[in-house]
Ligand binder design. Structure first.
Ligand SMILES: [Cu+2]
Length: 468
C-alpha cells in the first residue's frame, strides 16, 4: 500500500526520534556549532568602592555539551595576546588538545580556531588557556565544561562550585607585576589574595530544604590547593553527602564524603548533597586551606522543603573507559620529580644544555623531571595505542604537586584516594611516590605536567608519544 506523502513524512519523523541518540545526532547534523569568544571581562567584586576588576574570560559562565554528540567549537580570540584552549580531561584527538607549540599553533589576536570533537565521557571538565598559561590562567582564561550524561541522573538541582584565588593590587585590579616571581615559582607557586566561587565573591547557591543536589567542584587556581569544608556537613545536623565522580569519571560506587574535600589545582569532584529538611537561611561553605576558615559561598536554603531522599545515591552511568584489571604493563618508566626551594637540585638539562642552578634560574627554570627542565626533545616513553603503561612518579621535592596527564585517565596506588578511582590530575605530597597505570589512548603527543602552573612554567613538564 502506497503511503501518501504527508503520512510518509509523519512516519519518517517518528522513526527518527525513536533512533538511539548517537545515530540520530549523526543523521541530523555533523556537529552542533558553538561560538566561544575570548575577551576581556569586568567583575564588580567590591561594589561601588572600586573600579570593576578586569579579567580575561570567555563569553559565558559554563559550557554544556552532550555525551556522544559531535561539536564544532569556533573559538574567536578577541584578546590582545595569542592563546590556545585545552579541553582538560576530555579524551579527544591529539590535534584538538589545544597545547600551543605541540598540538597546534597559537590563535593570534583577531584570529579563530575550530575545535571539532565528540565527547565520549560524560562528567565535569574544564577548558583553559594552554599558552603562556601561568599568565593567562591567572587572568581567568578558563571555563567549566559539563558533558551531560545521555540518560538523566536524578537530582533536584545541579550546581557548580568553581574555586579560584586572584592576586589583586590595592586598586582591586589584577596584580600583573607579581607574575613571574622566581621566589614564588620555586616555592608553592603564585597564590591569590581574593577567593571567588563561580567568579563571584561569596555567591549564594539557592537550594530547597530537603533537596538532593549534585555539586560539581573544580579548583581553577594557578597553584593553591583548595580545601572545601562544611560543603554540606554541619556540626549539629547529620547531612548526607557522597562523592560520585572524580575528574569527570564516575566512581563504581558512591563513597561517603569526608570533610574537608581537598583539591589540587585542576582536580574536580562531583558530589551528591542532601540538604537537610530542617535547614533554612544561609549556610556557609568554607575554604579551609589557610589557618582561618573562610566562608567562600553560601547555601541559601529555601522553604518549603521538598520530599526527602532517604536512599543512598546510585552510581553515575559508567563512561567507556578501558578496564585495566590485572593486565601486565607493556611499559614501566620512572618520573623523578626534582628541584624547587630546598630541593637540592644541582644541575639540569635545559634546551639540550646542562646547566647549574644559577644558570637555570636565569632561564626561569628551577624544577625538573628526570634531570630535564621543561619540555625535552625526546618523549618520556613511546607506547602503541592500547598498550598498558605504568609510570612511577617520585616526588623528590619539598613541595606538593598536582600531576596532570593530557588525553588520558589513570588509576593509582596513592593511599590518598580510594583504589580504582580514575584521575586526570593527582595530588602528590612531598616525598610521596606513586605508580600510575593507564592504557595508551589516541595517537599523538601528550603532555604530563604539574598543574601548579608556575611549576610547569619553571620546568615540570614532559610528554609521551602514542603511536597507532
Ligand atoms: Cu608542582
Amino acid at each position: 500500500m502506497a503511503l501518501k506523502r504527508r503520512e510518509f513524512l509523519k512516519l519518517a519523523a517518528t522513526s527518527l526520534c525513536a533512533l538511539p541518540l548517537g545515530i540520530q545526532a549523526r543523521l541530523v547534523y555533523a556537529g552542533q556549532k558553538i561560538e566561544l569568544i575570548l575577551q576581556p571581562e569586568q567583575r564588580a567584586w567590591f561594589g561601588d568602592s572600586y573600579q570593576p576588576t578586569v579579567l580575561w574570560g570567555l563569553d559565558r559562565e559554563v559550557l554544556r555539551l552532550k555525551q556522544n554528540q559531535p561539536v564544532e567549537i569556533v573559538v574567536k580570540n578577541q584578546l590582545p595576546e595569542a592563546t590556545s584552549l585545552h579541553w582538560h580531561g576530555l579524551r579527544i584527538d591529539n590535534a584538538m588538545d589545544g597545547v600551543s607549540g605541540l598540538t597546534q599553533q597559537a590563535i593570534e589576536p583577531g584570529e579563530e580556531f575550530v575545535y571539532r570533537f565528540t565527547p565520549k565521557d560524560a562528567g565535569t571538565y574544564w577548558v583553559h588557556a594552554h599558552h603562556n598559561t601561568y599568565q593567562q590562567l591567572a587572568r581567568g582564561l578558563y571555563l567549566p565544561l559539563i558533558v551531560e550524561e545521555s540518560t538523566e541522573y536524578p537530582v533536584d538541582q545541579d550546581h557548580l562550585l568553581v574555586l579560584d584565588d586572584w592576586r589583586l593590587n590595592k586598586d582591586a585590579q589584577l596584580d600583573l607585576k607579581s607574575l613571574g616571581n622566581m621566589h614564588e615559582w620555586s616555592h608553592g607557586g603564585r597564590m591569590g589574595n581574593v577567593l571567588t566561587v563561580n567568579r563571584q565573591v561569596k555567591p549564594r547557591l539557592q537550594v530547597r530544604a530537603g533537596s538532593r543536589n549534585r555539586l560539581r567542584v573544580l579548583n581553577a587556581a594557578n597553584s593553591r590547593i583548595m580545601a572545601s569544608s562544611r560543603i554540606m556537613a554541619s556540626e549539629f545536623t547529620g547531612v548526607n553527602a557522597w562523592i560520585v565522580a572524580k575528574d569527570g569519571q564516575p566512581l563504581a560506587a558512591p563513597i561517603r564524603f569526608e570533610d574537608p574535600l581537598i583539591l589540587a589545582p585542576a582536580e574536580r569532584y562531583d558530589l551528591i548533597v542532601d540538604i537537610p529538611a530542617d535547614w533554612q537561611g544561609e549556610q556557609p561553605i568554607y575554604e579551609v586551606s589557610t589557618q582561618k576558615r573562610y566562608a567562600g559561598a553560601f547555601w541559601d536554603v529555601l522553604l518549603p522543603s521538598v520530599a526527602i531522599h532517604h536512599d543512598s545515591p546510585t552510581a553515575l552511568p559508567a563512561n567507556p573507559l578501558f578496564s585495566l584489571s590485572d593486565r601486565k604493563a607493556d611499559h614501566h618508566v620512572q618520573l623523578m620529580m626534582e628541584g624547587g626551594a630546598m630541593g637540592g637540585l644541582r644541575k639540569a638539562v635545559y634546551q639540550n644544555k646542562s646547566m647549574g642552578v644559577r644558570e637555570l634560574i636565569q632561564h626561569k627554570q628551577i624544577w625538573a623531571f628526570n634531570g630535564v627542565a621543561n619540555l625535552p626533545d625526546e618523549p618520556l616513553l613511546t607506547a602503541k595505542s592500547g598498550d598498558v603503561v605504568e609510570i612511577v612518579m617520585d616526588n623528590n621535592t619539598r613541595w606538593p604537586h598536582g600531576m596532570h596527564l593530557h588525553g588520558h585517565h589513570f588509576q593509582t596506588n596513592s593511599n590518598r584516594y580510594q583504589e580504582g578511582i580514575w584521575h586526570d590530575t593527582l595530588l602528590m605530597e612531598r616525598g610521596e611516590k606513586v605508580v600510575i597505570r593507564f592504557q595508551a589512548g589516541l595517537p599523538g603527543k601528550w603532555l604530563i605536567h604539574c598543574h601548579m602552573i608556575e611549576h610547569q612554567a619553571a620546568g615540570m613538564v614532559t610528554w609521551f608519544e602514542v603511536t597507532a
